[in-house]
Write a protein that binds this ligand. Structure first.
Ligand SMILES: Cc1ncc(COP(=O)(O)O)c(C=O)c1O
Length: 395
């Protein structure tokens, strides 16, 4: 059998392309901002994770340029060997302090952070509990790990989590819960109070994926644990730099001994090159602005409340969203792609989400908001949602 048979047999995407409904790999020829250009046409960006709108901030760009001038463009090695710069160590200290932990370790991407931290920590005497709706990188991290077992619990269902943990109580396993802080498609927040209660009852360690929470939750953007006042009850806080931090990379923050262990056991950190200087400087400057300008987060939440209220009052279903990630639930795939096409023709950039990212019949249009969106951009978007939603019978 030809090894490539699966590729030749894969026709799903080609069929959608032929129908003119293919929504992926769109070529943006401008910066990731509230407005972007594709083939010369302007779109209002409602699909970005740049929650604080820092990708085009003059100070952030200047910091990146200066870092390139001083350190060059790449480090040509991993943190473990030749790839550690003084600005890496400095950023780790600042991030750890920001989220209220002793130490931090940087990785090349957020995906790698999950793979590196979970894979580096979980061994054959450990059991990992993950939320069914956790991000794909957590699923992949569990696969890469040597954990004895990976147990999924129902989404944000802490009774179900407890039932799963109970099965192993009294046995000599290291137990570890990994949950998204804000869930990336549904836009809801982990029920951390109850999760911590369950974890404490059974002596389970907790890691939160704050990819969508850093810069969004907490008065300065310190993330989910801070938002709940439970920083000292959460063992590890993972964050990405591809969203509020306007760059690429990730970090895991926690107890100094645990981070020290990861520095010497985490294969994704040891066997992969370190974050390039421009990315490190971008994150450091974004962090400075985040702390200096809390009004950005305030505005982000004003926008979130306005959009959630307006979209639901039109009759759309936004599911369980409670954050700047606001899905418009369109259910079947055909309606989802038609909705996408019609709003695109009217100048909006949104992301259609279909299986396997969501279960069958739960397709959605994922919208997400930035602190820098203007009211007129948002009002125009709302008018388009209403027109298209009515035309397609979604509302
Ligand atoms: C919850 C969550 N964790 C991890 C990641 C991976 O982060 P990155 O894209 O920075 O590699 C993402 C990215 O979408 C995410 O949404």
């Amino acid at each position: 059998m030809d090894f490539f048979n699966k590729c030749y047999a894969f026709q799903d995407a080609k069929k959608i392309m032929e129908m003119g409904l293919y929504p992926y790999f769109r070529e943006i020829s401008s910066a990731q901002d509230t407005e972007v250009y594709i083939k010369g046409k302007k779109y209002i960006m409602l699909g970005s994770n740049s929650y604080l709108g820092l990708t085009t901030h003059p100070e952030v760009k200047e910091a990146a340029i200066k870092a390139i001038e001083k350190y060059g463009t790449g480090n040509a090695g991993s943190r473990f060997l030749n790839g550690t710069l003084d600005i890496h160590e400095d950023l780790e200290k600042k991030l750890a302090e920001f989220v209220g932990k002793e130490a931090a370790l940087l990785y090349g991407t957020g995906y790698q952070t999950n793979v590196g931290a979970i894979g580096g920590l979980a061994g054959p005497r450990d059991i990992i509990f993950i939320d069914r709706m956790d991000h794909a990188s957590i699923y992949d991290a569990c696969r890469f790990s040597f954990a004895k077992k990976v147990v999924k619990y129902n989404h944000n269902d802490m009774d179900n989590l407890e039932k799963q943990i109970e099965k192993f109580a009294g046995e000599d396993y290291g137990l570890f819960i990994v949950s998204d802080g804000i869930f990336s498609m549904e836009g809801d927040i982990v029920k951390l109070n109850k999760l911590v209660e369950v974890a404490q009852k059974y002596g389970v360690r907790i890691m939160l994926d704050d990819a969508h929470s850093t810069g969004v939750l907490g008065e300065l953007g310190q993330g989910t644990a801070h938002h709940f006042g439970l920083t000292d009850k959460v063992d590890l806080i993972m964050m990405t730099f591809s969203k509020s931090f306007a760059s690429l990379g990730g970090a895991v923050c926690g107890e100094a001994d645990v981070i020290h262990f990861l520095r010497h056991h985490s294969r994704a950190a040891i066997f992969s090159a370190s974050m390039p200087p421009a990315a490190v400087a971008t994150v450091a400057k974004s962090l400075e602005i985040m702390k200096r300008e809390p009004e950005r987060i305030k505005r982000l939440w004003e926008i979130t409340h306005k959009m959630a209220k307006e979209i639901t009052s039109m009759g759309f279903d936004i599911g369980i969203s409670e954050t700047p990630i606001i899905p418009i639930i369109t259910k079947d795939m055909h309606t989802t792609f038609k909705f996408w096409k019609m709003v695109t023709e009217r100048g909006l950039f949104v992301n259609p989400v279909v299986p396997p990212a969501v279960p069958d019949g739960s397709c959605l249009i994922r919208t997400s908001y930035m602190a820098t969106h203007t009211d007129s951009q948002l009002d125009y978007a709302l008018s388009v949602f209403k027109e298209v939603g009515k035309a397609l019978g979604v509302i």
